[in-house]
Design a protein around this ligand. Sequence first.
Ligand code: FAD
Length: 434
Amino acid sequence: MSKLTRRDFIKLFGAGAAAGTGLFGLTARAVAANAPHVVVLGGGIGGSTFAKYLRIADPNVRITLIERDAQYITCPRSNDVIVGFHTLEDITFDHDTIRDKYDINVLIDEVAGVDADRRQVRTAGGQNLSYDRLLVSPGIDFRWEAIDGYTPELADTRIPHAWKAGPQTLLLKQQLKNLPRGGRVLIAPPVDPFRCPPGPYERASMIAEYLQKHNPSAKVLILDPKDHFTKDGPFKKGWERLYGYGTDNSLIEWVAGSEGGRILAVEPKNMTVEAEADRFQADLINIIPPQKAGKLAFAMGLTDSSGWCPVDRQTFESKKMPGVHVIGDACIADEMPKSGYAANTQAKVAAWAISDLLNGRQPGEPTLSNTCYSLVGSRYGVSISSVYELHEGHIRNVPDSGGLSPIDDNPARPVLEAVYQKNWHRTFVKDVFS
Ligand SMILES: Cc1cc2nc3c(=O)[nH]c(=O)nc-3n(C[C@H](O)[C@H](O)[C@H](O)COP(=O)(O)OP(=O)(O)OC[C@H]3O[C@@H](n4cnc5c(N)ncnc54)[C@H](O)[C@@H]3O)c2cc1C
């Protein structure tokens, strides 16, 4: 460790690099009561990774993590729960390990307000905490107004989005099980940018595989506002191989934005969706609404007119509120996707930058990365990966640094990628929660 520069350290901290670490030999230790205090709002993927890695970067800081829910359910692999490969329990984690192992004060409570001038956080449970630096990773919220007739109540009861893993994931699973013979599943992905760009297409694929086995005359219809989606080449090749995509008997049909795929309204009574092209009736409707930064980011005044949070890309410090850093889905990170892997990488960069700032050092120039595996079938995976650096203050893909699954005739490749996907989740959640 002694010969590593801070820049090397950040580079080494690609997701999974220190997975399951006892690397630094950290055990709970007393931090001085007057040590700088860093408060973390949101204990999802971004916030939990940040708290852990700040402790690794800086043994002398006090850290408090405030999270609303005692248990966190990962969205990664939640599509598997819908088709019955996993249970919700398999993808549920708590904060006990990072609390005990990394000496983090974990508060299960809702953040009710932040006074940025006084540097104070107030919780719904009546706690007031002062901070020296604040890290916010609140995730996403939905633009309900974008689709006429779609409401949070409808999503909870009849037309789930299941874009935050939990009860709606189970509702979708039940609806799929109850789908009538030869029924139609309609999936409506949102416009960019949104959480997990390949997620809707992975979901459509997994549902197609389920139908192939349990209800082979049923179909999946994707109504998309976009003409392209991430990994669309390898996805469509997989659909051709597995589900007859492009033939009259295809299990999956995809309607692009230029073909009128954008949906405008939903009528739950007759389970009909109005799209630009036509009206479509379905037995199961999964609308994933357009998105924006989580409510907390809006309440704190961290967002701009785009609905996301502008940040200094070197430190993830808010451009609207000094002393407050925003990472994960809520922040504007240019060419980085809104993924758990991206949130995890940004968390490590922010941890090191905040440690530098608290100790009077100049933060280093970060290198960030992302890899995203998706399943086209339970034994058919595809992936994309990228490395990013700062260019004139923006996060840019380093040319030729990553890549997309090649489309070739090697039958072993997608099988291996499906195995990598499963192993990725296993190491990833260890990196975040233990
Ligand atoms: C179906 C699906 C599949 C996915 N698969 C992958 C994948 O394979 N790989 C991948 O990299 N990413 C994947 N993702 C994306 C990934 O889940 C997100 O990008 C990631 O969770 C973002 O982390 P975050 O910290 O920004 O937000 P979150 O993980 O959502 O964390 C936000 C946290 O803040 C808390 N919070 C919010 N407001 C408050 C408040 N007022 N008080 C207290 N707590 C609060 C919430 O309870 C939550 O725990 C997938 C997403 C979906 C929907």
